[in-house]
Structure formats: structure tokens, C-alpha cells
Write a protein that binds this ligand. Structure first.
Ligand code: PAF
Length: 285
């Protein structure tokens, strides 16, 4: 495995590769990231992983400075997973001058995470587009854990005609249902035990919808109240259409239930996808 820190060396290393699968990360790798690497191996001959904590996607009051940085452990894990190249640039390589050219994103970037974290997706899309231009992968792999990010990247690739395919990896969960995330390392032992409650509430909504409940606002409200009663501060619990992330209606069959909430000062996000059988129109009287 080669660890490369500059763009010219990376391009030289990759220029004769037949097919490249790329997994962009911010490091502090866990089993969720490693499952994306496994998917990448099935997609192409050469697997490239980037490790870069992108300041552009953090607001000034967010956790950029304390975001966990574990480059040696990351390289060890990636080497064990048979990764070919790790791209680990520092900020001056990706942002040698202030990044004034940024992307203008659609409505999908202003709702849910975008409403809670203004500018977040502009920062994500901008760095991902830069990384795509640098690595020029045939396939890029993203986790469904950040479902809204995945949909925005899919839209960007489609609408900007980027010659690559986006492949999604399933959420990897701890035994109590908690979706794996680098930010879980901020949770103390007690919070870690309680953290499964977010996934339990979203799963409860999923099960209710599968059993025929169609009052989505009521389900959202009940889950948010339940979380609050357990000491969570809820940003949103929402039942949305999978493709557009618009509020779901009872005629939609492809739904996603998303939630974001704070537990003891740590913000967690999670989601569950459901595909319902198409509804049978009721016969005319
Ligand atoms: O999901 C992440 O880790 C980041 O948002 C990404 C895609 C690596 C861009 O910085």
C-alpha cells in the first residue's frame, strides 16, 4: 500500500490503472468504512481511500479542531484491508488558496442536515468534486449512514455528467443498534449504552409504517417526544421520499426515515429505508 500526500504523485501512480474504486473518508476509520473498502474491492482493480478532514464542511462552532485524527491506525487498517493507495493530503494541498469556487446546490441540501448545518453540503460537495477530479475513479463508494450526503453526491454526479458510478454501502451497527460513526468516540460509556435509542425509535416508525400506519407526522412527533423524554435534544425525525427527500405522502412507496438528535452534547444521525409494495388503487364505487 502506498501513502501519497500530493496530487502530482497520486496522478502519476494512478495513470495506468484500468479501473479505480474510490472511498473518500475523514479518517478515524471504523468497521463502517472498512465495509465500504470491501465493496470497493469488488468494483475495480485498484482501491484508493482518501483521508482528509475537510474544514469547508464544518461551521466555525463545530468540532473541526477536536475531530479524531488517527492516521497511523487508519493506515494500518487500510493496509490490512488490501487497499492499494491512501491519499492523505494536508490542507495546503487541497486548498492552496481560499476555495472561492464552490457549488450551488439544490433544495435537497437545505433541508434536514442542511437546515441544521447551513453550508455543510456545499463544503462536502465541493471537496468531493475536487477529490473526484484528482482521483478520477470509475466508481466511488459512500455509506448509507449519511443518506442525504449520498443522495446529493448521486445528484451531483448525474447532473454534472461525471463519468463514474456511485455505489452505496449499508449502515454498519453496534450490538445496540447504534450506527457506527467516528463521532461515536465522543460518547462516554453511559451515553454509548443509551445511544441505541435513536435507531430504536426510527425502526419503530419503520415497523409501524410496514404495519399500515400512514399518519407520518404523528409517527415523527411520537418518536421525537420519546427521545426527548429519554434526555435527547432532537433536531429532526422525518419520513421522506427516498429520491427527493421531500416529505413523504401516503402514495409514496420508497421511503426513508431519518433522525438527528443530541445525546449529552454529541450529535448523532441515523436512518432506515423502506420499500413498500405498490398500493392497490381502491375500486371505484
Ligand atoms: O462522509 C464523510 O466522511 C465526508 O463528508 C466526506 C465524504 C469524506 C467529504 O469530506
Amino acid at each position: 500500500m502506498e501513502v501519497i500526500t500530493d496530487i502530482a504523485s497520486l496522478r502519476a501512480r494512478l495513470q495506468h490503472e484500468n479501473s479505480i474504486a474510490f472511498v473518500p473518508t475523514m479518517g478515524n476509520l471504523h468497521a463502517g468504512h472498512l465495509s465500504l473498502v470491501e465493496i470497493a474491492h469488488k468494483q475495480a482493480d485498484c482501491v484508493v481511500v482518501s483521508v482528509f478532514i475537510n474544514r469547508l464542511q464544518f461551521s466555525p462552532h463545530e468540532d473541526f479542531d477536536r475531530y479524531p485524527r488517527t492516521p497511523l491506525d487508519d493506515c494500518r487498517l487500510l493496509e490490512e484491508k488490501g487497499v492499494d493507495v491512501v491519499f492523505m493530503p494536508d490542507e495546503k494541498i487541497l486548498y492552496p488558496v481560499p476555495q472561492e469556487f464552490q457549488l450551488l446546490l439544490p433544495y435537497m441540501a437545505d433541508t434536514l442536515e442542511g437546515a441544521c448545518r447551513p453550508g455543510f453540503f456545499r463544503g462536502v460537495a465541493t471537496v468531493v468534486l475536487k477529490l473526484f477530479n484528482i482521483v478520477q475513479p470509475h466508481v466511488a463508494v459512500f455509506g448509507e449512514k449519511d443518506y442525504q450526503q449520498l443522495q446529493i453526491i448521486r445528484g451531483m454526479v448525474a447532473q454534472l455528467n461525471l463519468p463514474m458510478q456511485i455505489v452505496a454501502g449499508k449502515i454498519v451497527r453496534a450490538g445496540n443498534g447504534l450506527a457506527l460513526s467516528s463521532r461515536n468516540s465522543y460518547l462516554d460509556a453511559d451515553a454509548c449504552r443509551q445511544a441505541g435509542e435513536l435507531s430504536r425509535q426510527l425502526k419503530q416508525i419503520r415497523d409501524s409504517i410496514i404495519s399500515g400506519e400512514q399518519n407520518f407526522p404523528l409517527l415523527e412527533q411520537q418518536a421525537a417526544e420519546e427521545l426527548s423524554s429519554h434526555g435527547w435534544v432532537v433536531d429532526y425525525v422525518a419520513v421522506r421520499q427516498q429520491d427527493t427527500l421531500l416529505p413523504a405522502t401516503t402514495s409514496d412507496s420508497r421511503l426513508v426515515i431519518l433522525g438527528a438528535a443530541w445525546l449529552g452534547g454529541v450529535r448523532l444521525i441515523d436512518n432506515f429505508l423502506i420499500t413498500l409494495p405498490p398500493s392497490i388503487p381502491s375500486p371505484r364505487p
